[in-house]
Design a protein around this ligand. Structure first.
Ligand SMILES: O=c1ccn([C@@H]2O[C@H](COP(=O)(O)OP(=O)(O)O[C@H]3O[C@@H](CO)[C@H](O)[C@H]3O)[C@@H](O)[C@H]2O)c(=O)[nH]1
Ligand SMILES: [Mn+2]
Length: 356
């Protein structure tokens, strides 16, 4: 008899960035209604976002962000889904699930509706295996285990910081790929969850993502994108690269695979190309930077790791483009804002300075 998955209704917030009415919630009602929603309204703050009745939510528009953060609001993007990270900062819960408003309930091969949130909770509550790859994928799943040759000393695994879900129908392709393959749809349901090995980066998509705020929250900054910025659609990617380097340093795990959502709308590839194009050639320098990034052993908290990383961004990527100098400063502002809104509790302060 499979153990039932805890709902975590008092420990998890759902963060939704949006520029439109949230009718999509009707399809998610059976799964989302018990949870508190944090809606980050992007674009025109005078516009009213309709939220279906029966949901418990708080909604923040740009005026709210400016009022709450003051000058530090400069680190929160405008007119880009990157604004969602404000929701991570204001949440008071241990876990975050973030989803786009054009993502719907997908069906598994048996035709059953997928409760994406339940699968993310299973992923995040069970350990990861970043140090040694298990060829039968997630050994902690029902009906699986560690295979022969897997060191017993590593079977306790590592705490899971991130659960990265996938998408049926419209895949998360970059603009060039979208332009070349406009009709391609992802119909392949792969029944697997796996840990991304230590030392390996990955392209984190923010559409269907869960993470542990206590373990990695301060690193989940989605950068400076959208209005007034030379780049867009690299918000989640940037966060994912910073997160993975810090997870590797702190011995935390990142999982990818199930759950799937149904991504319904392809954003305009021509608009996307304008947003992405600098990123497409910058990433050929950004990736080697993150692959080579090392953090000193004195960095024992996420904030310390992140500030250390921001200095390296300024020093090494600042030569690529002035934008990275600005981004590095924004990374520091983000941490300052995070700590202002999330002052360390006595126990976390003890842990941070090792006197626990
Ligand atoms: O200016 C904006 C535009 C959109 N949003 C909200 O953000 C999400 C995603 O928007 P959309 O589905 O139109 O865009 P996609 O290209 O599919 O987004 C994916 O690509 C990456 C973009 O950075 C990201 O990983 C995915 O989100 C919706 O909820 C919009 O309402 C916004 O807030 N501001
Ligand atoms: Mn979309």
């Amino acid at each position: 008899m499979a153990a039932s998955t805890p709902l975590l209704t008092d420990e998890l917030d759902i963060v939704i960035p949006t520029i439109r009415n949230l009718d999509f919630l009707e399809m998610w009602r059976p799964f989302f209604q018990p949870y508190h929603l944090i809606i980050v309204q992007d674009g025109d703050p005078t516009k009213t976002i309709a939220v279906p009745d029966g949901f418990d939510y708080e909604l923040y528009n740009r005026n709210d962000i400016n009022r709450i953060l003051g000058p530090k609001a400069s680190c929160i993007s405008f007119k880009d889904s990157a604004c969602r990270c404000f929701g991570y900062m204001v949440s008071k819960k241990k876990y975050i699930f973030t989803i786009d408003d054009d993502c719907f309930v997908a069906k598994d091969p048996s035709g059953k509706d997928i409760n994406a949130l339940e699968q993310h909770i299973k992923n995040i509550l069970s350990p990861s295996t970043p140090s040694f790859f298990n060829t039968l994928y997630d050994p902690y799943r029902e009906g699986a285990d560690f295979v022969r040759g897997y060191p017993f000393s590593l079977r306790e695994g590592a705490p899971t910081a991130v659960s990265h879900g996938l998408w049926l129908n419209i895949p998360d392709y970059d603009a060039p790929t979208q332009l070349v393959k406009p009709r391609e749809r992802n119909t392949r349901y792969v029944d697997a969850v796996m840990t991304i090995p230590k030392g390996t980066l990955f392209p984190m998509c923010g559409m269907n993502l869960t993470f542990d705020r206590d373990l990695i929250g301060p690193a989940m900054y989605f950068g400076l994108m959208g209005d007034g910025q030379p780049i867009g659609r690299y918000d989640d990617m940037w966060a994912g690269w910073c997160v993975k380097v810090i997870c590797d340093h702190l011995g935390l795990g990142v999982k990818t695979g199930l759950p799937y959502i149904w991504h319904s709308k392809a954003s305009n590839p021509f608009v996307n190309l304008k947003k992405e194009y600098k990123g497409i050639f910058w990433q050929e320098e950004i990736i080697p930077f993150f692959q080579a990034a090392t953090l000193s052993k004195d960095c024992t908290t996420v904030q310390q790791c992140y500030i250390e990383l921001s200095k390296q961004v300024k020093e090494k990527l600042g030569k690529v483009d002035e934008y990275f100098v600005k981004l590095s400063d924004a990374m520091v502002t983000w941490i300052e804002a995070w700590d202002e809104l999330n002052p360390p509790t006595k126990s976390s302060a003890k842990l941070a300075n090792g006197s626990a």
